[in-house]
Design a protein. Sequence first.
Length: 392
Amino acid sequence: MPHRLRSATLGIVALSAALLSAPARADGANPPQPLSLSASLVTDVVGVASGTTWRGARHLQLLQAVADADFGGTGLMPGTRARISILGTRGGRPNDLAETLQGIDNGEAADERLKLYEAWIERGFAADRAQLLVGLRDLNADFYQNDSAGLLMAPAFGIGSELAATGPNGPSVFPSTALTARLRLVPQAGFYVQAAVVNARAGTLGDPGGIDFAMRSGALLIAEAGATEGKLAVGYWRYTQRQPDVADEAARRQAQGVYLLADHVLRHRSEAAAGISLFSRVGLSDGDTTPYRGGWQAGVLIEGAIAGRPESRFSFGVNQAFLSGGYRRASLAQGERLSRTETGVEATYSDQLLRGLTIQPDLQFVRRPFSRASSRGVIVVGLRVTLSLPAD
């Protein structure tokens, strides 16, 4: 697998370079681009400085190639968009060092694979006030998302842990997506309503078993409504089939949950001042079918954090997960005493050294990781390096 990933990396870089070097049209105009290609290679080095029996660092790599098509510019299918993306993962598992339940690196995957990640088509209707999407889609791209939390590396700032830990093998989020049908409505400017039916069993080409077209495990139903001006949204999710109880695998329970999130621009970015955005959210689950009863996250994003460094960004966030009573009792019966909560604090800074080259040092502190109830905390240091084509 590492050999295939290296070959894929070279192929994608060569293809992107060829596209970037293609001669420009001589008509002097900027015609619509119906097809755009991009690629990125993310390398993370993450280590535990103190707080666990393990020491040292582990690295991982995340390769992604994306082809986006906008058929509106061709006149063939107005309001139609599509995407195909390929994902490659390899490297170590830094979370094993930290011994946390929520994780410390959102680029970590259980297996080294080269796979199809997303493949969907979306059609807009009624002047794009209604949008229907069908295909393989990352659930977190549409639901339970705080845009201002996107820089942080801890997985808890992606999709809420109480939802991320559900389903037969996890919902349709990184690193495996599932068949999805999503409808988004914009009844008036500044407001939206959206809902999706998602295959409960995630799996795509490159995963064992491939895509589950039969949907034998049922579906995940999710809906979200909110305002886009200073985003404020509420969501609800529910599985159509009952899921195993975390305290009693022979029992089946209804898996469901709710969440509330907010993104607020405190100050818009300008040439004279940095942009400041605040984010917060809270989620609750049934607590019977997932290790988590719920959790919350909050933080800040500063864009243009350093004067004279237009690409500099700084983010700080706090997250806390609450373990369900049933999960803790089941773990105690197996001789493992778990904390009631797991709390993480993260500070990270990102900057562009050269066109297409971004570095991001990261520092995390996890208080009382789930498997070390008596621990005072774990200190995690990391560095993320991103190469991207086309260069911004």
